[in-house]
Design a protein around this ligand. Structure first.
Ligand code: APR
Ligand code: PHB
Length: 392
């Protein structure tokens, strides 16, 4: 077995693991990233694409935001569409902040390129990744890649997502988990169609939710509410476009441009939180610790907030010998996590039709939307949560 040492072992090369590694590099803290998938798989994985103002600012400040600044699409607000009309929520007027639409896989590409430029270890296609001595002050990462490897760490950052090995490496009796599965999922498509709205559109129709987003001047991203376990093959391209056009139907005639659908998939929707987000010298960050419904576009942004906290805690430990930020990591992250859970649940519940919902529920949702678009206070509340509450 090939043995090595590092200060921070990172499991997972998604946004959480890659950004943490970059922030540690800037503090001259050693880390090793161990990722089970190939680089191509990680880069091509289609995910969401909304960056809070704080996330975009952090990427620029950390020196990995140049392409995002060039190619990302700055959006000053969103449209809410219901009862045949669209209503603009002006984030910039209400909060002075905006969002950046920039595919998560683009963020990952930029972070991988940055990691490679540092020359620091990033191991793809690691098999049988496991943690030993998770609760001790000398945890290790073991994995295979042709031969067996062991990395002895001061700390391990579990950035391996919801289906990773890090959370399960913590004794179940030590953790409390909170879980809510929604009775619907999202059918998402990418189409070679020029986006014809400068801002995102979230729609509630009596047939359910639909949303419009973008990826580039030639690629439109669209989602519609569907059954959580539907087979994607039951959705032909024509059926998909017809459903979008029905759900977006507006008096002003707007509807998304059609084009060749080059990616489509169905993802279930859930809210999930693990408490605490740490065990001994193992720290969970991102989807390894929490999942939010995509409606509020918080998943990537929560991962960023977690690793910003964690990198600062590691820096305080290695520079000043302080453990206070490490000891309070979980509590500080969970305050933001639960705030994002509340907002994501609220946006989801307001904009989706529950299968067991009644006509009363639909009319109540429409009344809530009518209130939101007619109240500056309500629009400001939506706006400040969507663009991201200030990072403490
Ligand atoms: N060993 C090594 N790597 C693993 C393992 C394992 N056992 N299990 C999973 N991984 C890798 C996955 O292949 C993935 O690349 O960990 C990474 C986790 O990345 P994400 O799932 O993207 O999670 P995170 O970095 O927290 O980013 C959260 O990603 O899933 C979206 O919607 C989510 O936008 C949010 C963001
Ligand atoms: C996306 O662009 O993928 C996106 C936009 C808004 C959401 C979720 C995803 O709420």
């Amino acid at each position: 077995m090939a043995a090595s040492r590092t200060q921070v072992g990172i499991i997972g090369a998604g946004p959480a693991g890659l950004l943490l590694a970059h922030l540690l590099h800037r503090e001259d803290i050693d880390s090793v990233i161990v990722e089970r998938r190939s680089e191509e798989y990680v880069v091509e994985r289609v995910r969401a694409g909304v960056l809070e103002q704080g996330t975009a600012d952090l990427m620029i400040e950390a020196g990995v935001g140049e392409r995002m600044r060039r190619e990302g699409l700055r959006h000053g607000g969103i449209w809410l569409a219901f009862s045949g009309r669209r209503h603009y929520i002006d984030f910039e007027a209400l909060t002075g902040r905006a969002i950046t639409v920039y595919g998560q896989n683009e963020v990952v590409k930029d972070l991988i390129a940055s990691r490679i430029s540092t020359g620091r270890p990033l191991h793809f296609e690691a098999e049988d990744v496991a943690i030993t001595d998770a609760g001790t002050d000398r945890p290790s990462i073991r994995y295979c890649n042709g031969e067996e490897y062991e990395i002895v760490c001061d700390f391990i950052a579990g950035c391996d997502g919801f289906h990773g090995v890090c959370r399960p490496s913590i004794p179940a009796t030590y953790l409390r988990t909170y879980d809510r599965e929604y009775p619907f999922g999202w059918l998402g498509i990418l189409a070679h169609a020029a986006p014809n709205s400068s801002e995102l559109v979230y729609a509630l129709h009596e047939r359910g939710f639909a949303s419009f987003s973008t990826r580039s001047p030639s690629v439109t991203r669209l989602y519609l509410q569907c059954e959580p376990d539907e087979a994607i093959d039951s959705w032909t391209d024509d059926r998909i476009w017809e459903e979008f056009e029905t759900r977006f139907e507006c008096a002003d005639g707007w509807r998304p441009n059609r084009g060749e659908i080059f990616q489509k998939g169905i993802t279930p929707m859930r809210s999930f939180v693990t408490e605490p987000m740490q065990y001994g010298n193992l720290f969970l960050a991102g989807d390894a610790a929490h999942i939010v419904p995509a409606t509020g576009a918080k998943g990537l942004n929560l991962a960023v907030a977690d690793v910003r906290n964690l990198s600062r805690a590691f820096a305080a430990f290695y520079r000043q010998g302080r453990r206070d930020l490490l000891n309070t990591y979980s509590d500080r992250c969970l305050r933001r996590v639960w705030g994002a859970q509340r907002f994501s649940w609220w946006m989801t519940s307001m904009l989706h039709r529950s299968p067991d919902g009644s006509e009363f529920d639909y009319r109540r949702q429409i009344a809530e939307l009518e209130y939101v678009v007619s109240s500056r206070a309500a629009m400001t509340s939506l706006a400040e949560n969507y663009v991201g509450l200030p990072l403490d």
